[in-house]
Design a protein around this ligand. Structure first.
Ligand SMILES: [Ca+2]
Length: 225
């Protein structure tokens, strides 16, 4: 009887699949993996206090600095139209029923009102790139709380749709007020994302962009004049 009890305990203690947990805090100069919405702009890696705008206001909205380490992410919605998404992580090689947990910090100083952020997910096609959208994966209906750096979290149970998709893009959805107005501009800040996924999956975070990739064609042409 005692042996049976021990075996039962071991079975409970061992997870069905090995898990991995990775963190990205923008300390290497990276920005975003991609975005949805033509009005997402100005993605930059920043440090120290940053002042931005909330809609039509003059810059009056100050983020004091990173919540973790020295560097963090800045993005903006300009003009206000729809809900742009900043792609912060891409998990690929997922299988039906896999659990993916993620959390990040978004900066918000307006309780119960925009600007605010939400953590959300979308599927990508098997074998496709990060822009091969294959449907929304849902997210957390809660917005950043409006108390400075606020943690948003979500847990997804992966739906493979018969093998049509094997990737999950984890994004920040950006909410501004008013939701539609041109030429309004709203700044957002993000830091410290942590993602847990099965060991058979691959967790991809932003990477620093090399100076060559940053150069516009104009700059490249100028080099050969
Ligand atoms: Ca950081």
């Amino acid at each position: 009887m005692k042996k049976l009890f021990v075996i039962a305990l071991v079975l409970i203690a061992v997870p069905a699949f090995a898990q991995q947990t990775l963190n990205y805090s923008w300390e290497d100069g990276g920005t975003i993996l991609g975005f949805y919405g033509s009005n997402l702009c100005c993605d930059t890696n920043v440090s120290g206090p940053q002042t931005g705008s909330q809609g039509s206001t003059l810059p009056d909205y100050t983020c004091p600095g990173a919540v973790d380490g020295t560097y963090y992410l800045h993005v903006a919605e300009d003009p206000h139209t729809g809900t742009p998404q900043a792609f912060l992580c891409w998990v690929v090689g997922l299988q039906e029923g896999d659990i993916v947990d993620a959390m990040f910090y978004g900066f918000d100083t307006s309780p119960g009102a925009s600007p605010s952020q939400r953590i959300w997910g979308s599927y990508t096609e098997t074998g496709g790139d990060i822009n091969s959208y294959s449907g929304s994966a849902g997210g957390n209906d809660a917005y950043t709380a409006g108390e400075g750096w606020d943690l948003v979290t979500h847990s997804w149970t992966f739906w493979a749709d018969g093998g049509l998709h094997d990737g999950l893009v984890i994004q920040s959805r950006l909410y501004s007020t008013p939701s539609t107005n041109d030429p309004d501009h709203t700044d957002f800040w993000i830091d410290d994302i942590t993602v847990t996924a099965p060991a058979h999956a691959t967790i991809i975070f932003p990477e620093p962009v090399s100076p060559v990739e940053e150069s516009s064609w104009t700059n490249i042409k100028a080099l050969y004049r």
